[in-house]
Design a binder for this molecule. Sequence first.
Ligand code: IVH
Length: 684
Amino acid sequence: MCKKSGRNPYFCIQQSQIAMTVKEKIDQLRAELHRHNYNYYVLNAPEISDKEFDDKMRELQDLEKEHPEYQDENSPTMRVGSDINKNFTQVVHKYPMLSLGNTYSESEVTDFYDRVKKALNEDFEICCELKYDGTSISLTYEDGKLLRAVTRGDGEKGDDVTDNVKTIRSIPLVLHGDYPQLFEIRGEILMPWVVFEELNREKEAREEALFANPRNAASGTLKLQNSSVVASRKLDAYLYYLLGEELPCDGHYENLQKAAGWGFKISDHMKKAHSLEEIFEYIRYWDTERKNLPVATDGIVLKVNSMRQQKNLGFTAKSPRWAIAYKFQAERALTRLNVITYRVGRTGAVTPVANLDPVQLSGTIVKRASLHNADIIEGLDLHIGDMVYVEKGGEIIPKITGVDKDARGMLIGEKVKFITRCPECGSKLIRYEGEAAHYCPNETACPPQIKGKIEHFISRKAMNIDGLGPETVDMFYRLELIKNTADLYQLKADDIKNLDRMGEKSAENIIKGIEASREVPFERVLFALGISFVGETVAKKIAKSFNTIEELEEADLEKLISIDEIGEKIAQSILAYFSNPSNRELIERLKVAGLQLYRKEEDLSGYTDKLAGQSIVISGVFAHHSRDEYKELIEKNSGKNVGSISAKTSFILAGDNMGPSKLEKAQKLGIKIMSEDEFLTLIS
Ligand code: IVH
């Protein structure tokens, strides 16, 4: 008998032979996929079609699923990310992540050059590089494998974002060639312009706040909790600084060329300069040429090339003496301020907008600029008719950065004063303590706020009313067919079928969609009401704690804050909502319309307290349910799904392929590992 399998030895040999071939196949697919990934994302020279790549990836995924014993943290399949939520662990940097001293003029660059020359008193080379405008990252590789990726944080310690970084295709998970056994490489994670613009277009369509620039988009994405969303954001990375005890060369430039050979994406635009004139030539060239790059840059970095000389020069407390950044001037234009208009958002926040004489700036014509809030207007001391400086910098929305006060002469215009009444409904504006924005408090009768509320009500995660979108809502509102959400339930196909771009079919679909929304469960109706701070999760908690909307209406502060996850801020917002008679009236009408403003018995089926007070980590691949379904099952049974293992974790719900580092941590902390079947029995 074979000791391991309990089967006869012949069968056991057969099994291990099959296993060998599977392992070989897995290794071969991994090697191929790493190579094709490098060809595509680093060299920009794919050798196979996307379809062939996807087929190979799928084949590997299937094999890994069937054979969890061969799981590998750096397999190309790790690039797709996972939907586990995690809180990032903080990691102390082995070498602190310092920043660079900034310069803004050629004379400051000359000062830097002269300082270096004097201190070294020997020949030296300066490596000129682009200053990429993204978010910095430190990658550690051991034995040719990506071990860890950590953000800059406060320079001393940063967040471990390894899972998210693994989804960035231009960052190699395994290296090739003659790399050092252990080293760190630092660089910049970037969101290419095209991806950034597309993402903002999508956000605009969903009426979400836009990212101001690709830098914010990249750093925001890197900190997302869900790595599969990170994977979809198509981030890129350039590496520019190699650190370690056993680097191949003395030259920084030469080391990076070696790193390119190991699989890293290194900029093609580095150049060694031997004189100040060569440095200025590089700066002047890239000041204009950078506009043709696929990613954002905000300057040039100059580094003494020899690592020996770098060591001699050393560091100040904040930055190296051997390097400096030269920042490009943000493009700016001078134009006339004609008038200030004000926009009211769906939350009631009022944003001032400067209307300008059209002016050419960074390839587009600018007619408007955001002024953000009253403090900014005051700080600029703006007067109507002023000649103002408009800048784009890395931002997509231009801003006013200064006033040419000399141009005022005798004809100084009226000083800009922030409005005191809402431009849409005339209500007196309010400013909450500690907030920069002014708000219109008239949430039930101010048109942009009403339309915003209706759009939220019909959205997918709320009432999910098919066929209705912001434009249709706007048209219905303008035609006075609807003034609030309850009016939707009185619409008839005959009322709308003859409207612009409508027709019988679309009209019927809208009415059917509205009809169907009567079946939407209590928790989503609560979310759809649009009470401030009552998001999806809070709405679920409320729906579990109150049988009917009447019970919620009658709840006092104490009762509300006794509910898990409801704090004072949310509770106050709920109380304020129900203290408004128009909201109560609206709810009465929604009740009459037949909406689920109460909990049905079946809404509660499957809800228990079996996991009350337990923090559960989900890890691995499951056979019976998806991760999302397990997350829901945990929540339905009053447990809490958490992202990372800590001493507070109650148990780990483990499928196949649980990561070895997680396993090790769980064992170290003595945390129970529960199989899928055990878990299902526990909650059954
Ligand atoms: S070298 C010790 N090189 O600029 C200095 N930094 O303030 C190591 N950056 O945090 C940094 N492009 O995020 C270096 N070619 C480049 C860079 C670069 C962008 C960023 C980096 C750093 C900041 C410096």
